[in-house]
Design a protein around this ligand. Sequence first.
Ligand SMILES: Nc1nc2c(ncn2[C@@H]2O[C@H](COP(=O)(O)OP(=O)(O)OP(=O)(O)O)[C@@H](O)[C@H]2O)c(=O)[nH]1
Ligand SMILES: [Mg+2]
Length: 454
Amino acid sequence: MPDITATIVAEATPPGRGGLSVVRLSGAKSLEILHQIFSPRTTAGPWNSPRQLVLGQFLDAKGLPLDVGLAVFFASPASFTGEDVVECNLHGSPAVVEAVKRACVSLGARPALPGEFSFRALLNGRAGLLEFEAANEMASFETALQARSGGIAAAGGLRSRIEAVRSKVLELAAAWEARIEFPEDIATEKGTTAQNELAAAKEDVSNLLAGSRASRPLRRGWRVAICGAPNVGKSSLFNAILQRERALVTPHPGTTRDILEETIDLQGLPVILLDTAGVRDSDDPVEKLGVERGLEAARGADGVLLLYSKESGWRREEESLAASLGDKVIALVETKCDLDSGADKAPPPSEMANFSISNLTGDGLSRLMDHVAAWALGMLPQEAPLLLNERQIAALKRAEEGFAEAESSFSSGYTEEVALAAIGDAIRAIDDLLGKRPPEELYDLIFSKFCIGK
Ligand SMILES: Nc1nc2c(ncn2[C@@H]2O[C@H](COP(=O)(O)OP(=O)(O)OP(=O)(O)O)[C@@H](O)[C@H]2O)c(=O)[nH]1
Ligand SMILES: [Mg+2]
């Protein structure tokens, strides 16, 4: 566990060039250090009104100018960490950031360890563990819906649900303990209410787990494979959706061999698009391999867009591909609708969602993408989706098991002591989830895996 009495410094923005870089200090010496590395443009005691941006010049430890920027002071306890905090808003330059950090270190701060700002904030009761985990994970989210379902607001909702379960079960356990100690006083009371409450607690936990399971695609993205016979315009559609020439497109059937994979933000949903090799019998060993891989990827995907072209219509090839992909197919897509089909072509099965598009003109593309988005949303749970991390899922599973064990020991007529022990396990699991553990364990288990500056 880090020494939490030191004043710490780190950049709060990602390394590299950008419009702005923020260097953050936290700890008792923050303001004193700021006085030495910053010369405000106005001298009228700007730090008397905390949380105001002050314009001035940043200096190195020798007093030489480094940058012009804004400094802000947050007085304890109304700061991110709960300690005195200073944030230096600098021009985005790795060199300036390094120099400001070096100046702070030479004046008595030490470089922050990973997650140390959040850890101090937790120790000072600024928020709960779930909120800090969510804030850390938000950096990896790519869409707004992910941020809503796994971000700080969702974490707050999860915490209050779990805390409600915890306090109900603690009450229950206390009542049971009393009954064990003074059986004659409460002997007449039946255990049914308790049993109901236990069942309700377990159901709450099970619902959270089920919601999180159903939300899993939201975390990892929905995998959608573009499949079809050679030359129907799979790579062209892939490129049209990405709005760039990512895949090779040629008039020769059998162009695509390897699987291409790209993630898009589809109306707030992360979707991983796969472009695959056109399916046909081929003597070329490389193409053969490509076809096998493509089919494998399609079977492993969450959904498949099965393409056929208006030119050649719905043929036996498409029929057998549709049969082999079964309910993976989320839409049949007729491509090249800008062309004349010439002679009468067989239509596709009418019971499936069918779209007509042109990769050249873009006709029908947005309708198709709306359909894919609706399909993806339809796979999410009805109520607000919830993204839990592995640690949280494991803790909830242990709680669920504890409740289940208590329930079954009840119904099989064991003593209350046995049920109480199982409930104790469940409560410990919930406490773990909420971070009710010695701080040093929390740092090593969780915060040490955060980024520096968080
Ligand atoms: N007119 C027209 N031509 C298209 C359309 N989509 C694709 N093409 C043309 O069809 C040919 C094949 O396109 P690709 O995107 O390479 O087809 P593919 O399905 O990826 O082919 P393979 O990788 O060989 O399986 C190219 O010449 C494209 O320009 C379309 O909507 N309209
Ligand atoms: Mg292709």
